[in-house]
Design a protein around this ligand. Structure first.
Ligand code: NI
Length: 302
């Protein structure tokens, strides 16, 4: 008998196999692929003092992360290709795909209240996302990461202490990546398959080092609502809705309550426009080589 997770996995694969709905990349979306590298995120690096119980949230303050008992599920993406050939590049800010697929990503968690609240929203809509977590926070809130994996989401490496990698030497980069990876493995029993550099700042040589030694391509983004500047939930939502096209990688931060507040309208809006959500690894596995079959057309199906 299949476990719920296995069933979930098969459902994802089945939906990925549906080729009826071939997406077209809009010209605007294609040009946007060089979008800003400015921010992931400007959230201040965590201080050495753990935030622990000091974190305040206005929403759902009584939420308690439900304990997830073992055995720890396998990474739901394990049965998809992990062969990111070197010649296909090791940095992605969007992916050329057939179909209205997008990947939404949440950085700088886990957060003890905001992340579980977001997980509830994603579960209600059967949406799978990718979480670029900070290793030190994973050590503080391992149960949140465990639940994230149990519900079919992907965990990516966002370094252990959220330092700007381009200022670090190779050994420090290795430490930042390996310590975060180890924290994820300890918490949830899965290996991260991709990484995202804090602030988007990473030298080409460092990207090659991390790809060669850890097997993780560097994932940036093509849609940035600048939610870390706290523009308000409505603005976050409208920026994501106006910027998203097929193949987009959307950047957001579950560290911020207002970003999570923006998600119901954002996710429902994207669903109404015909977008389907996959994790970053799934999006990479769907990569096509050229946009020749993708004439300009609006991504919206509604
Ligand atoms: Ni970040």
């Amino acid at each position: 008998m299949k476990s719920p997770i296995e069933t979930l996995g098969s459902n994802i694969i089945t939906s990925l196999g549906n080729e009826n709905d071939i997406a077209k990349l809009s010209r605007r979306g294609f040009l946007a692929m060089t979008a800003s590298l400015a921010s992931c995120s400007a959230a201040a690096p965590l201080k050495d003092t753990p935030p622990a119980a000091a974190v305040k949230t206005t929403a759902n303050p009584n939420y308690r992360t439900p304990p997830v008992k073992g055995p720890v599920p396998r990474n739901p993406d394990q049965n998809l290709s992990n062969n990111f050939a070197k010649d296909s590049g090791i940095t992605f800010s969007r992916v050329l795909v057939h179909g209205n697929y997008v990947a939404i990503t949440f950085d700088d968690g886990p957060h003890p209240q905001n992340t579980p609240r977001l997980l509830d929203m994603l579960r209600d809509r059967n949406i799978k996302a990718t979480f670029y977590v900070i290793g030190r926070s994973v050590d503080l809130y391992p149960n949140v990461v465990r639940r994230t994996v149990a519900e079919g989401h992907e965990i990516g490496n966002h370094t252990h202490t959220h330092r700007l990698l381009s200022k670090l030497g190779n050994d420090e980069v290795r430490q930042e990546i390996s310590r975060c990876r180890d924290a994820i493995v300890r918490a949830a029993g899965v290996q991260p398959r991709t990484m995202r550099p804090p602030y988007g700042g990473m030298l080409q040589a460092q990207r090659e080092l991390v790809y060669n030694e850890f097997g993780n391509p560097c994932i940036l983004w093509s849609v940035d609502p600048l939610d870390w500047k706290r523009p308000g939930a409505g603005v976050v939502s409208s920026r994501i809705l106006s910027g998203t096209t097929a193949g987009s990688i959307i950047l957001a931060h579950d560290l911020h309550a207002a970003t999570v507040d923006a998600m119901p309208a954002t996710l429902d809006g994207l669903l109404r426009r015909g977008f389907r959500f996959v994790t970053v690894s799934q999006l990479l596995a769907m990569k096509v080589e050229s946009a020749t079959a993708q004439a300009a057309a609006p991504a919206a199906a509604n």
